[in-house]
Design a protein around this ligand. Sequence first.
Ligand SMILES: CC(C)(COP(=O)(O)OP(=O)(O)OC[C@H]1O[C@@H](n2cnc3c(N)ncnc32)[C@H](O)[C@@H]1OP(=O)(O)O)[C@@H](O)C(=O)NCCC(=O)NCCS
Length: 184
Amino acid sequence: MKKIIEGNKINLRFLKLSDAKSIHKYAKDPLISRTTFVPYPYTLKHARSFIRKSQIAARKGKWYAYGIEKKSSPEIIGIIGIHGVNKKNKRADLGYWLGKKFWGGGMVSEAVELVVKACFLNLKLNRITSCVLPGNPASTKILKKNGFIEEGILRKQIFKGNRWQDIYLYGLLREDFKKKKFRK
Ligand SMILES: CC(C)(COP(=O)(O)OP(=O)(O)OC[C@H]1O[C@@H](n2cnc3c(N)ncnc32)[C@H](O)[C@@H]1OP(=O)(O)O)[C@@H](O)C(=O)NCCC(=O)NCCS
């Protein structure tokens, strides 16, 4: 995977240890952990450890984390990650978050579009999945806009926030991407 992926509003790039402060600044918001697997409370140590692990994982081709930065500023304001790259079965799982103050600007929709394209064209995946917790309409919208289809509900899949929660599983196949039926 490329270290930098350039878009219109945003660029995506591999993380450096110096990004830890900005990642911590935005990821520590409980609104981020509520609908993701980002830990809460989120410390600077979490951010540093995540960056180090992401660097090793990318070298091994196991998973990739890209920082999201606005074209106008080099600050990392969110993360989009391709986890659990399964080379034999050519699939991986997509996750993302953005700092609250930047929500609603279309940046994550673009980040998903860029990463999906890289996953099919560079990583040669056949299938990308994404897991959404109930009550996350923004994330559902982003995935649908990018051609993902709801494939089912994994009932009581995770214990989070002191209760069992369902997961909505979304999937996008290489053939759907190639047809580009969903493209704007
Ligand atoms: C999910 C998240 C990344 C979305 O960020 P964002 O900046 O709002 O994303 P975008 O602006 O690219 O797109 C959001 C879309 O959802 C829509 N949307 C937002 N809130 C909505 C709601 N309550 N109901 C329906 N649609 C909604 C927006 O209108 C937009 O669609 P549009 O571009 O067609 O208008 C952000 O809310 C976040 O970081 N949440 C916490 C972490 C998280 O949930 N990550 C995803 C885990 S699966």
